[in-house]
Design a protein around this ligand. Sequence first.
Ligand code: NAP
Length: 282
Amino acid sequence: MKQDKMDIWMPDAATSLYGIIGHPVGHSLSPLLHNRAFRALGLNCVYLAFDVTDLEGALSGIKALGIKGLSVTIPHKQSIMRFLDEIDHVAKRIGAVNTVLNKDGRLIGTNTDWIGAVKALEEEAGRLDTKKVLVLGAGGSARAVVAGLAERGARVLIANRTLEKAKDLAEQFDARWYSFDELPDVEASIVVNTTSVGMAPDLERSLIPSDLLPKYAIIMDIVYSPLKTKLLRDAERAGCKTINGLRMLLYQAVAQFELWTGKPAPVKEMEHALREAMEPDK
Ligand code: NAP
């Protein structure tokens, strides 16, 4: 009886609060990831999801309540920047904040999406400084992926539906840009899809025709719902190594956890939490 009581963790007056702000946030996996990590290390911390439309009001609340750290998701990743006390160099370069640290009442913005993308790729590809990487898309997450690849010294090629956006991003990071029609002529060893193609309602679409896939060694899709997009299914059939969107999600959260707590994240526990949520039958 006593043992059961000991096993149940309860917040108390000393509990530190963290959370995610976005709109909507109802399906976010971040509370699961961070709470599992807090419990694994026995930290007196809790992480909640806040559906926020009044961003400025929410941020004054966060300061007033002493909330220690935040994840930031759509649609606030860019708009939050004007309300923060400080933004680090990398988030400025990417043009988006996905992580806030409340340091003695000062809200400091950074970005860990690029770390998530780079770690997910390095797990399969090793060093990236000798690799040529084709990035599909030029939206918010593409900016983080391209920044991470540039940071690691990879050669980056960008293809996007709206060519002007590919050009703008490529010029900022010293990359080359292409239209999707040019893909048959583009040489690269790795492809990263950062577009929403592959998610509902585009479940049966992929931006790379299957006959082009054998020329790439590794295909990563940052979409994680569904876990196996059409691009990844085609890539498996073509004999490419594949990386699904959960790896980036995991490692961006690992970097957030370590920034907030100053402790090494329990990566295996976090990975199990994601697996249980996304692949409950395995
Ligand atoms: P975003 O800023 O809205 O950018 C969307 C991108 O997708 C743009 O490049 C857009 O091209 C392209 N696109 C959309 N519909 C298209 C279509 N029908 N055909 C061709 N291209 C199309 O979105 P985001 O924030 O970058 O997010 C993109 C995806 O990444 C989402 O599925 C999101 O869930 C996922 N994501 C995953 C992680 C992770 O940790 N795994 C992290 C962040 C985001 P145009 O420029 O031509 O409009």
